[in-house]
Every structure is written in C-alpha cells, then in structure tokens.
Design a protein around this ligand. Structure first.
Ligand code: ASP
Length: 331
C-alpha cells in the first residue's frame, strides 16, 4: 500500500462562492472526505499549507511548499498538492529546480470547477494524481484532465476548458485511456544518482518583458534603475528584436554589462527559439543574452529566479542555463 501525503494550497478546487466571488475556503479534511480513491489502496495523510487563490502564490509560497515536501519526503511514496490552476505551471517549474535530485513523485493538481460542485473535474484530476503516484516516476508533475505532464513543460493554455494544461515541446509523461495509463517510453530525465537536496534560495528580482513592435529601449534603463537582477525577454518568432529606429540592442548591451542576466525566448508557445538564424536574433546574441531554446516562459522565469538565488556570478547563471536539470530544455 502506497503512502501519500495530500497537501492543499487553495485554488478553485478548494473554493466556495462568496460575496467577493469564488474564494478558497475548503480545507484538506473536507477534500479527504470527497476523495475519489479508495483508502484501502493508499494510506493518506493530509495537511493544509495555505489557502490562496494561486494569483496570490509567489516565490515565498513556493519556498514554503518546497520546505514541507522536503521534510515529508522520507515518510511517503509520493506527494500530491492541490493548487490553483492559474499559476500552477510556475509553482511546478519552481519546485522542479528547488527539489534537486528528487527521487519520488510530487504531483500537482487542481480543478476548473470547485470540488463541491456537481460537475467538478476535481475528482477525475485527483484520480489521475493518485495514478501518477502509482506510476512511481520521480519528479515534479502536473496531473490534469487525464494527462500527466512534466511540471517544467506545463503551461496553462485555457481559461475554461477542462484540458487547461498542455505539455509544451515535450511528450506527455502519461495519458489516461480506457485500458489504463499510457506511459511515455522516453521520459526525458537526467538520471544522475545523486541524493535529494533542497535548494530553496530564490531571487524574485526578475522581470518578464514581452516585446511589441515599437518597444521603447528606455525600458532597459528603467529595469537597471529598479535593480532587477534578471530579465526574460519574449522576443519575436525565432527570437528577434527590432534595431531600426528604436534600437533595443544598445541599451540591452549596457544592462548586461551591468551584470543583469538576460534570457531570450520566443513569444510562440510551441517549438524552439534559435537566435542564430536571423540577423535580428544574432544582434541579441552579440549583446550577451542567454538563449532560452525550447523552454517555456514559466520554466525560464523560475529557472532564472532559482539561478540568481544560487549565485551572484552571471557566468554561473549562464552555466545553469546550459544545464538540463529535469527535462526543461533540449540542449
Ligand atoms: N483563480 C484560480 C486559482 O488559480 C483558478 C483555478 O484554480 O482554476 O487559484
């Protein structure tokens, strides 16, 4: 019988209607009562970490979740965390880096409709989360709508649909069919035999800039004045920026020269960026940006916060981005 710890953090799954709109109110004891899995198959303990809409979940909350997981890991075969869907992909990515050399399943799930509602998807999603623990694959993952997704490849792509999450530029780890779970053959994992380590330091001084045609280059001066240590740029297509009329690269070069780590990815959700293909990308590389390759924006933002939490040295930050920790990047 597998031992599972159910941690709750809020989100729609735990929400009730209030005068201020849907708000998290249901605690872990209530959720345990409504669990769709037999307690004959699993020994389940539960604990509330906090009860927040995930729009309020920030780096400090990721650290609290990581601490609870690290403490509980030796006593359980797997950990399930219920969480709001809106920022679940950020939490999953952040945990993927903080829980280094994770040797057990840590599964996030949630719902588009509260668990007490007649048409809730919470029960199906919880079932998939328990199935994911049963699969025994180590790592942080999201279980949602019959899919099991590597946490650092997950993105919320729908506001209403039950299929709210997709695995971006990577196969699903598992998919539920009528004949059981189909598990991917080649789950991309860096399987080094190192022991588990909690590395929870994060630097939240990271800014995400989505370029638009005509972005004012002065934004880079402002970012420097505000003491940001990391910037993620969602550039155009393969990873381009304009340098005619409004030349973004001159001020960007200056920002990087002042020890700010800048990672560039694509505004396109699928496939990779390659800054070497076009002149508009090469100019960015000449400024000294770090290529985001095929990582999701969520995986880059959290990796940058984590990297800057581990080191003050921009060269070491670049080395971290040249490392594939948990299948977050194709090198
Ligand atoms: N606003 C909710 C949250 O992210 C949405 C959800 O859980 O589906 O907490």
């Amino acid at each position: 019988m597998k031992r599972v710890l159910l941690l709750t953090t809020g989100g729609t799954i735990a929400s009730r209607q209030t005068r201020q709109g849907l708000s998290p109110d249901i605690n872990c004891r209530d959720i345990i009562q409504m669990l769709p899995v037999s307690q004959d198959n699993f020994t389940i303990d539960s604990r509330d970490i906090f009860n927040l809409d995930s729009s309020n979940v920030q780096p400090e909350e990721w650290q609290s979740i990581a601490e609870v997981i690290a403490e509980a890991l030796p006593d359980y075969d797997g950990i399930i965390i219920t969480h709001g869907t809106d920022t679940m992909a950020y939490t999953a990515s952040a945990l993927s880096y903080m829980l280094q050399n994770l040797n057990k399943p840590v599964v996030l799930t949630g719902a588009q409709i509260p668990i007490e509602h007649m048409f809730t998807d919470a029960k199906m999603n919880l079932q998939v989360a328990f199935a994911a623990v049963n699969m025994g694959i180590s790592g942080v993952m999201i279980a949602f709508d019959g899919k099991i997704i590597n946490g650092c490849r997950s993105v919320k792509v729908r506001t209403l649909g039950f299929d709210a999450f997709e695995s971006i530029s990577a196969p699903y780890w598992g998919e539920v069919y009528a004949d059981g779970i189909h598990i991917a053959n080649n789950i991309t994992r860096v399987l080094e035999r190192k022991s588990f380590e909690l590395k929870k330091s994060l630097c939240p001084d990271v800014f995400l800039l989505k370029l638009i045609p005509g972005t004012n280059p002065d934004i880079f001066d402002w970012l420097e004045q505000k003491n940001y240590r990391g910037v993620v740029i969602e550039a155009f297509g393969m990873g381009g920026t304009h340098f005619e009329r409004r030349n973004l690269t001159a001020k960007l070069k200056n920002l990087i020269a002042n020890n700010v780590s800048v990672v560039v990815c694509s505004q396109c959700l699928y496939e990779k960026s390659d800054l070497s293909l076009y002149e508009v990308g090469r100019r960015l590389l000449e400024c000294g940006v770090i290529p985001g390759r095929d990582m999701t924006t969520e995986a880059i933002v959290t990796k940058l916060m984590w990297a800057l939490g581990q080191t003050q040295d921009p060269a070491a930050v670049r080395r971290i981005f040249d490392t594939n920790y948990v299948g977050e990047v194709t090198l």
